[in-house]
Every structure is written in structure tokens, then in C-alpha cells.
Design a protein around this ligand. Structure first.
Ligand code: FE2
Ligand code: FE2
Length: 169
């Protein structure tokens, strides 16, 4: 016997088109998180110098957060009857987080992190708006993730302030 879909909510037949739209937005979010993991791993290793240590440790901790976000986005894609994409679909976009010419250039890394977090914040705000009233579960999940990204961004804004005060940024 075939199971019937829920009459209401994002899993209903009526909202199939909306569901596909949400899945596409979640896939983009998934790739953003995966790329952030790559960038933060590299930038938690590369930087040199006395001032680099704090930044490296913060990014090392963030790697776990961003990986957890990617897993959450992947699971939600599946719950909405989508498929988590394979690695061949990946397209890199984070030009601001490539290694600087000098590995003591911490300001380059800090600015790159702020740009990546800003991009995530903008995309997640968009998902929250698109899902409003139609997919509460995705919206709730993304609000929590958005909170993490705002925290990450604020931390690195604070790092940048210190360099600005010292005339280094
Ligand atoms: Fe994230
Ligand atoms: Fe983040």
C-alpha cells in the first residue's frame, strides 16, 4: 500500500515546486560550508608569526562548526527528498580565502574569513525568508546556523579591530 504524503507543510504534494527550490538553496549552502571547511583547514595551518596563533586556533575550532553545518544541510536535503551532491559537482568560489603571498599576512586571512562569513549570513537570511510560512523546520535549522555564523563574523571583526588600532590593517 502506498503511503500518502502529508496534506500540509513542505512535504505535501502542493508544495513540490517550493520544495525543489528549497533543496537548491540548501545545496548551495552545503557547498559553501564544504568550501569553508577546506579554506579554514588551510588557514588554520599556514599562518606564521606571533600574532597568527590566536587566528589559527579560532579557525581550527570553526572547522568543526562548519563541518557540522554541512552535515545538517545534507540531512535536510535528504529529508526533503533531495540527494546530497557528489564531489564532481563542486565549484570553488572563495577567492578571498586563498593563501596570501606572505604567510605572516594575518590581516589577509581575517578579511577573507569575514567575507566568507558575510556570504553565508546573506545566503542564510535568504533561505530564512524563502522558507517563511512554508518550511518551518528548515527555517528553524538555518536560524540556528545563522547564529553561529554571526558569532564567527563578530569574533573576526574583533580581531580586525585590533590590527586597525595598531595601524596594521
Ligand atoms: Fe557554517
Ligand atoms: Fe562560520
Amino acid at each position: 500500500m502506498a503511503v500518502s504524503n502529508p496534506a500540509q507543510g513542505i512535504l505535501s504534494d502542493e508544495l513540490r515546486e517550493k520544495r525543489d527550490q528549497v533543496i537548491e538553496l540548501l545545496k548551495k549552502a552545503y557547498w559553501m560550508e564544504i568550501e569553508t571547511v577546506m579554506s579554514y583547514v588551510a588557514n588554520s595551518i599556514n599562518p606564521d608569526g606571533v600574532r597568527a596563533q590566536e587566528i589559527r586556533e579560532a579557525l581550527e575550532a570553526d572547522v568543526q562548526d562548519e563541518l557540522g553545518h554541512a552535515q545538517q544541510f545534507g540531512n535536510r536535503i535528504k529529508e526533503l527528498y533531495g540527494v546530497v551532491p557528489g564531489s564532481l559537482d563542486f565549484r570553488a568560489e572563495q577567492s578571498s580565502l586563498q593563501p596570501p603571498d606572505q604567510q605572516t599576512d594575518i590581516v589577509h586571512v581575517i578579511r577573507g574569513v569575514i567575507e566568507a562569513e558575510t556570504g553565508a549570513i546573506e545566503h542564510y537570511n535568504h533561505i530564512i525568508e524563502v522558507t517563511d510560512g512554508v518550511d518551518w523546520v528548515t527555517q528553524d535549522m538555518v536560524i540556528t546556523i545563522l547564529h553561529d555564523e554571526e558569532g564567527h563574523r563578530r569574533l573576526f571583526e574583533g580581531f580586525l579591530r585590533e590590527f586597525e588600532v595598531d595601524g596594521l590593517a
